[in-house]
Design a protein around this ligand. Structure first.
Ligand code: SAM
Length: 243
């Protein structure tokens, strides 16, 4: 392709979902900060700080988009580590690569345009596979989880950071108001795109809650599956291992 990414064919429906992100790619970071009041940065830092990863490791960050997770992972894998950013959307990858280069991160990074459901990597090729705020956009999540396990080395860890189910009853009305009233308005105001942000709120509600996702990871073949809620369950980190 014109950006030099490796490309694999994707199903039409999945392509449409991917295209939602083309319209938000340029404003993506600003919108994340506005919508979460900056808290997404804390979630991401925690997600990376608690990952099972070390110097020299090879890591795949799926739905890597604008590269927040990969940039944080760089310190953990060090000079000798390798980071592969995989994303279905070329626009998001391009924004991610530009930002990475701006930060001086060039060596040890690779960008691959791919669908999480059918990864163009051989079995057992990564020490860690991460997906942050990406799984809910994938059409066949079971297939994506199986693929994440397949490309992991034995002993490797998979980590999913994703919106989940808020635990406290009192907080739910507030959260709903924010999702369905505030979000689309912020989207309209700052990104001139209310629809994409309406889609965002809906995709969060449809995503499997904590225990359901844990069961899906077990069904995909992961061992020692577990999760931890952050911010009362607004998001959760799920982990599983290939053993
Ligand atoms: N991980 C980044 C972060 O935390 O800021 C980006 C998350 S962004 C909300 C979701 C990303 O998932 C988009 O860049 C989108 O292109 C990508 N995506 C959606 N469906 C995908 C799929 N089937 N395979 C790979 N990436 C996908």
């Amino acid at each position: 392709t014109h950006f030099g990414f490796r490309e694999v064919p994707v199903a039409d429906k999945q392509k449409l979902v991917g295209e939602v992100f083309s319209s938000v790619a340029g404003n993506y970071d600003l919108m994340n900060d506005l919508m979460s009041m900056g808290i997404h940065r804390v979630w991401k830092r925690y997600f990376v700080a608690t990952a099972q990863v070390g110097k020299g490791d090879r890591v795949l960050d799926l739905a890597g988009g604008t590269g927040d997770i990969a940039a944080l992972l760089k310190d953990r894998v060090g000079e000798t580590g390798e980071l592969v950013l995989g994303d279905i959307n070329g626009e998001m990858l391009r924004v991610g690569r530009d930002r990475m280069v701006d930060r001086g991160n060039v060596r040890g990074f690779e960008y691959v345009q791919c669908n999480a459901q059918a990864l163009p990597f051989p079995d057992a090729s990564f020490d860690l596979v991460t997906i942050a705020f990406g799984l809910r956009n994938v059409t066949d999540k079971d297939a994506a989880l199986r693929e994440m396990r397949r490309v992991l080395k034995v002993g490797g860890q998979a980590r999913v950071l994703e919106f989940s189910q808020v635990k406290a009853d009192w907080f739910r009305p507030l959260y709903d108001f924010h999702s369905f009233q505030v979000l689309p308005r912020l989207g309209k105001l700052f990104a001139k795109d209310a629809d994409s942000y309406q889609y965002l709120a809906e995709s969060i509600r449809k995503h499997p809650p904590q225990d359901e996702l844990k069961a899906m990871m077990e069904a995909a073949g992961f061992d020692r599956c577990d999760y931890r809620n952050l911010s009362g369950g607004i998001v959760a980190i799920h982990t599983g291992y290939r053993t």
